[in-house]
Structures are given as structure tokens and as C-alpha cells.
Design a protein around this ligand. Structure first.
Ligand code: ADP
Length: 711
């Protein structure tokens, strides 16, 4: 009890109680004075307060055994003891006995160090204790060393049980770690495609590698690491980056440039190339500001291989560009083609109009009149063929071209073509020579229209690409060797024009190809003529060749093999239509809503000696046939587009008549609808044949002749 009383005195001394003397030892008299009484009273209250205070409090001797002088109730409880005796027994009554043996050395070292360093502050240590029931608890210890006269050197210590707090902190740390790892995983996941990732602090001139590609390993090592930022990528750039892109990369990673570029945006990136297996590979470098937006210092740099993306992008662009250029070229071709066609149509049209005027002016001069009318006929033929060409080109594009084999006189054909082209040639004072002397069998079976087309393209070019006063030689030669009823014919179109360069000769048959000199020279053209010509020639199993010398001229040679007509007497073919015309009772019913067409047709047929009746629409025609005596009408020439009832419906109606003789009257379509489809529709409606308008008189006579002869 006395002892405890002394401890209290120490306590009071340390708290500077005025009731105690300067030595700090309590001087109690037998009969204490009033002030002593007050001091004792205060000391008692203090003792009571310390005894009962919630935190642990301890006083122990410094040095030696570190014997415990005082322990309050809270401390005794922390150690799981119920009395001071129990506590003394558990700890061996010393501070050393309180501390977990494993923590003792560290605690003592720490205390010593702190005592040396600070005179007035509380020292702080953390350590474990083993409570009476063997439980390990964590302690926070705020102590202070003092020297006293009464008790010598002592430590007084405030002790708190931090076990729960520590546990809580541990849980919080674990939770934070968990979240951190989750975040890390998320970042890892998101940044999978980045082969190198760095965190850099520009102010600190530090760069920390989180992931490094094989190309950065040399600098940062396999597990990454911290390096100086300045020049961190110098070796990489030198060793890997494409020379043209090196400056870009170095400028981009320069701190000043980063600060400037990220001043008003969060992210920046560049694409550059590196060498990989001696091939350029595209890399993207992204730099993101992860620190303050006011002062740019903390950044993340990510390097990503984007070669596949770029390649795909380039491929996509290539496809798009190709599609675009195809579309543009198709459009250009269409426009050029249309305007060219319009030009080509105008040429023979001018001939027709011009000769018609001349014919009118010379109406009384029979010879001249005949000459001009012949010119008009030739130009009309060319015009008609040109129109057919348009269909042909459309057909070529959709592979709808078909060959037809009909009677054709090569000599006549070449004469007609020359006549048709002569007006154009005359405009440039170009002379066209035609030599057909080496053709012994002019009457052949072949596609006359396509042959004319090829020749027209070649002669047209010869005129176009020959200067004024030039000359063009057209010749046809029949090879002497004949295979059965076939013969080989060689057609040559030669000019002394501008000629064609060797380089261009290789591409001359490619679609839309035109030699620069001709384009620059302002010569009109589409670059399609020879493509079409070659295609036709190949379809006809022929060959086409070209030779040329720039400035001297060009020579196109076309070779075809034609079947010869059995009856190839030219005079027979030239016989006037209608000279052996039918004059019998078989009447031709001509159906057309156009009065002029009807008049011309009637006149032509009558001239040839036929009887003709007319109808101005399909319905009238059907009625006439229905009400006629079988045998009256030998054939019907039927227009297709007509009011009330069109030609197709009229033909169908006639085919459905009950009298078979009437129902089977031959019907020939005579129509301006000249497409293959139109012909097909005519035949499907029950008609026997199809003739295109404008009327080819010879063809008309021929078919009429055939039909009425057969009856
Ligand atoms: P176009 O004459 O409409 O341009 P073509 O396919 O007929 O188209 O000819 C292609 C190109 O070949 C011409 O643009 C021209 O450069 C060249 N060419 C064709 N024929 C001759 C020729 N007789 N003389 C010189 N160049 C020619």
C-alpha cells in the first residue's frame, strides 16, 4: 500500500503537482497541513483517474530489468488479467516480459533510438504481446523517458490495444489490394494489344516500364524497370524505326512537345513504321495524360502493332478506290461514248441532209439526181449500221453479241463503205483508194453488218489520224487457197497519217486506250473502236494486226474466212427487185399506223408488181383477215407499235382464227423496234420473220419473194 502510495507520488511529480517538493519525493508529515491535504487529495483523484482511464498506462524502470512500477486497470485487461498480481506474474513484472519475444529486440532498438533523438516527444513503438489466454494482440506504445530523484530513470507509457484497429486496417488494405489487382487486371485486359506500356513522370525525368516488347527489352530488361526518361527511346529508334519516321518518333516523345500537344487534350498518337524481318510494320504510339491537366508531367505511353489494321485499311481503301475509279471511269466512258456516238451519227446524217439539198436543187438533172440519191442511200446504210453498233457495244458489254450468216457481196460492201466515208475524207482532202481486184469470189455468206462495222472503225480511224491531203488505201485480197467452200480474205486499211508509237501499239486494242499525241492533238475519239473491232474479229474467228511507223502511217490488216455462196453470180444479186415479181392474185396486207410508211411500203411493193391492201391498226387488220376469203392475202407485213391493237396482239389474234388457212397466213414484222428482244417477241407472237425499219428494200423484196413463191 505504501509502495502504491509512492507510485502515485511519482505520478503526481510527473504531472508537476504543487503539493510535492522540488525533489519530486512526497514529504508527508504526521499532521499534514491544509495545502498538503489538498495536494494529497489531488494526487488521489489523479491516481483514481489514471487507474480507471480507458487506455493502458504503465510506468517502469529504465535500464536493468525494466521492472514494472505501475500498471493501470486497462493495461491489466489488455493482457487478459484480472489483477495486478496476475499481470506481474504473466510479464515477470518487467516491460521486457510484456513484449512478444520476437519483437523485443526491434522494440528496444527503436525506443533507444527515439530517446536519443527526442527529449520532449513521446516515443512510439508497435509490438505484439501474448495475453494470458495465449492470444496475440497488437499494441501501440507511446512512451517517454524521464530521470527522477525518487525512482531514478523511468519510462512512463500510454498503451493502446490496436488489435481490432489493425485487423480493420488489414481488411481495408486487403480490400484495396483486391480492388487494385482488379483494376490492374482490367488495365491489363484493356491494354492487351499494347506490346509496350510505360508510365513516365516528365518532371522527375523518370520512366517506368510495365510491359516491354522484344524491341525495348535491351533498355528496360524483361521485367521492366525504371530509367531516366531523357533519351529512353534513342536506341530503340536507332535500331528499329524506319529511317523516314525516326524524327517523327523522337519529336513526339520529346517532353516539351508532349507538354505542348497535351495542353488541351487528354491523348495524342502517331503512326510510324519499324523494320521487322526486313519488312516495314506499322506501330502506333499513344501518349495519355494521367496527371493534372494544368501541368503535364505524368503520362502513359503505349506502343501497339497496328500493321494488320493498316493493311486491312489500305486494302479497304484500295477496293474503295478501285470501285470509285471504276464507277468514275464507267461514267466517263458512258459520257464519252454517248457523245462520240452522237458525233458518229451526225456525220452520215450530214451526208443525207447535204445530198438531199443538192438533190432538190438539181431535181431536173436526172444524172446528178441519181448520183445524190445514191449518196443518200449509202449514208443511210452507214447511219443504220452505226445505230446497230450502239446496240452492239451494249451487247459486247453484256456478252449478248451473236453472229448472223447472211448473203454478202464483199466488193459491194467495200464500195458502199468508201462512198459513205468519202464525204468525211473530202473534208480533209484525203483520197481513198479501193482495190478489190484480187477478190475472185465476192459473194460470200457471213455477218455483213459486223464486217462493215470493223471496216468502218478502221477507215474512220485512218481518216481521223491522217492529216489533210493524205491518202488511204483500202484493199481486199482473196487467198488462192480454198478450204472446201471457204476462202480466206485479207482486208487492209493503210494510211500515211500520224502513225502509232511502239509502246502504244502494245495497248492499242485495250478499252479506252488512246495515244497521248492523239488526245493532245484534239482528235475526237473514245478509245473503244478498236476494242470493239478486235472483239468482233475474234468472234468471227478472224485476226487483226497492226503495224505502224510514227510520222509515216499505219496499216491495219484483218483476215476472215468466209463461206462462199453457191450462186455467186454478181449479176443475179444485182437484178432489180420486182423484175420477176409476182403479179398473181396473192395480195399483201400492209399494216401500219404511219401514213408515210404505209405509202412508201405500198409504192415499193406495187412497183415490184404486188397487189397491196392496207390497214392502219392491228384490229382493222384482224377484221380484214377474218372477213377475207382464204387465199386472198398471201402475206401480212405488220408494224408492231400501233394504236388500238398492236402488231403482236394482232398476230396472236390472227393465229387464233378458226379457219386454218387464214390463221396460217405468213406474217412478217416490219418494225423500228430492232433489238434482239423485239425480234424474239415478234416470233413468239406467231410471226414468221422480222424486218427492221427503215426498210431495207432488197431485204423486203427478198422476203416477200420467198414467201409468195412458196405458196
Ligand atoms: P478512238 O479512235 O475513238 O480514240 P480507237 O479504239 O479506234 O479509239 O483507237 C484507239 C487509239 O489508237 C486512238 O485514239 C489513236 O491513238 C490510235 N489509233 C487508231 N487508229 C490509228 C491510226 N490509223 N493512226 C494513228 N493512230 C491510230
Amino acid at each position: 500500500m505504501k509502495m502504491e502510495y509512492n507510485i502515485m507520488e511519482y505520478l503526481l511529480t510527473s504531472l508537476d503537482c504543487p503539493a510535492l517538493d522540488a525533489s519530486g519525493i512526497c514529504q508527508l508529515s504526521e499532521n499534514p497541513s491544509v495545502s498538503e491535504e489538498i495536494g494529497i487529495q489531488a494526487a488521489r483523484q489523479m491516481r483514481q483517474f489514471i487507474d480507471e482511464m480507458p487506455g493502458g498506462f504503465l510506468i517502469y524502470h529504465a535500464g536493468g530489468k525494466e521492472e514494472i512500477i505501475y500498471a493501470n486497470k486497462a493495461l491489466i485487461r489488455i493482457f487478459g488479467c484480472s489483477t495486478l498480481e496476475e499481470f506481474r506474474e504473466l510479464t515477470g513484472n518487467s516491460f521486457r516480459g510484456m513484449v512478444h519475444p520476437e519483437d523485443l529486440d526491434a522494440v528496444e532498438d527503436s525506443i533507444k533510438e527515439q530517446v536519443i533523438q527526442s527529449k520532449y516527444d513521446l516515443d512510439y513503438v508497435e509490438y505484439r504481446i501474448i495475453s494470458k489466454n495465449g492470444e496475440i494482440r497488437y499494441i501501440e506504445d507511446y512512451g517517454h523517458f524521464i530521470r527522477s530523484k525518487a525512482m531514478g530513470d523511468v519510462f512512463y507509457v500510454f498503451i493502446g490495444d490496436a488489435t481490432e484497429k489493425r485487423e480493420r486496417r488489414k481488411q481495408e488494405t486487403l480490400q484495396k489490394e483486391k480492388e487494385y489487382f482488379q483494376q490492374l487486371e482490367m488495365i491489363q485486359g484493356l491494354s492487351m494489344e499494347y506490346e509496350s506500356i510505360f508510365y513516365a513522370d516528365l518532371d522527375m525525368n523518370r520512366i517506368h516500364a510495365y510491359r516491354v516488347s522484344e524491341r525495348m527489352v535491351k533498355k528496360f530488361g524483361q521485367d521492366g524497370g525504371i530509367q531516366e526518361y531523357a533519351g529512353f527511346d534513342a536506341d530503340y529508334v536507332e535500331e528499329w524505326v524506319y529511317p523516314d519516321d525516326r524524327e517523327l518518333v523522337l519529336c513526339t516523345t520529346d517532353p516539351d512537345s508532349i507538354r505542348k500537344k497535351l495542353a488541351n487534350k487528354k491523348e495524342m498518337h502517331i503512326c510510324y513504321r519499324i523494320y521487322q524481318d526486313k519488312k516495314p510494320v506499322y506501330i502506333q504510339l499513344r501518349i495519355v495524360n494521367v496527371g493534372s491537366s494544368e501541368h503535364i508531367s505524368q503520362i502513359v505511353l503505349g506502343y501497339r502493332n497496328i500493321d494488320d489494321e493498316i493493311s486491312q485499311e489500305m486494302e479497304r481503301n484500295r477496293v474503295l478506290e478501285a470501285a470509285l475509279s471504276e464507277a468514275q471511269s464507267a461514267n466517263r466512258v458512258k459520257n464519252v461514248f454517248l457523245s462520240n456516238m452522237s458525233h458518229d451519227i451526225r456525220t452520215p446524217m450530214n451526208g443525207i441532209v447535204g445530198y438531199a439539198v443538192l438533190a432538190k436543187n438539181n431535181i431536173d438533172d436526172k444524172k446528178k439526181l441519181m448520183e445524190y440519191l445514191n449518196m443518200i442511200t449509202s449514208s443511210s446504210d452507214v447511219l443504220l449500221q452505226l445505230l446497230n453498233n450502239i446496240f452492239e457495244v451494249v451487247g459486247i458489254d453484256s456478252d449478248q453479241i451473236h453472229l448472223e450468216e447472211n448473203k454478202c457481196n464483199l466488193v459491194e460492201l467495200l464500195h458502199n463503205i468508201r462512198t459513205a466515208m468519202s464525204l468525211r475524207a473530202e473534208e480533209k482532202n484525203i483520197t481513198i483508194y479501193l482495190n478489190v481486184s484480187k477478190v475472185s469470189h465476192a459473194a460470200v455468206l457471213g455477218d455483213q453488218q459486223k464486217l462493215s462495222q470493223v471496216m468502218l472503225y478502221l477507215i474512220d480511224n485512218a481518216i481521223k489520224y491522217t492529216d489533210v491531203d493524205g491518202e488511204i488505201y483500202i484493199s481486199a485480197t482473196e487467198q488462192t487457197m480454198r478450204v472446201k467452200d471457204r476462202a480466206i480474205f485479207r482486208f487492209v486499211v493503210e494510211d500515211n497519217g500520224i502513225g502509232i508509237s511502239k509502246e502504244f501499239l502494245k495497248r492499242i486494242f485495250e478499252p479506252f486506250e488512246r495515244e497521248k499525241s492523239t488526245t493532245l492533238g484534239g482528235v475526237y475519239g473514245t478509245g473503244l473502236g478498236l476494242t470493239i473491232a478486235k472483239k468482233i474479229v475474234e468472234m468471227m474467228d478472224g485476226t487483226i494486226e497492226v503495224s505502224s511507223i510514227v510520222g509515216k502511217g499505219s496499216k491495219f490488216t484483218v483476215t476472215f474466212c468466209f463461206r462462199l455462196q453457191e450462186d455467186e453470180d454478181m449479176d443475179d444479186d444485182n437484178e432489180k427487185p420486182g423484175s420477176d415479181a409476182k403479179t398473181g392474185p396473192k395480195t399483201i396486207l400492209m399494216v401500219d399506223d404511219n401514213e408515210i410508211n404505209l405509202e412508201i411500203g405500198v409504192e415499193l411493193l406495187k412497183e415490184a408488181g404486188y397487189f397491196v391492201d392496207t390497214a392502219t391498226d392491228g384490229h382493222i387488220a384482224v377484221e380484214k383477215v377474218k372477213n377475207s376469203k382464204p387465199g386472198t392475202f398471201g402475206m401480212i407485213l405488220m408494224d408492231i407499235q400501233m394504236p388500238v391493237m398492236n402488231g403482236l396482239d394482232a398476230a396472236k389474234a390472227i393465229r387464233e382464227l378458226s379457219d386454218p388457212k387464214l390463221a396460217n397466213i405468213p406474217i412478217v414484222a416490219l418494225s423500228a423496234n430492232a433489238l434482239k428482244e423485239d425480234k424474239k417477241m415478234a416470233l413468239n407472237s406467231g410471226m414468221n420473220a422480222h424486218l427492221s425499219k427503215p426498210i431495207d428494200v432488197e431485204q423486203l423484196y427478198e422476203i416477200v419473194h420467198q414467201i409468195l413463191d412458196d405458196i
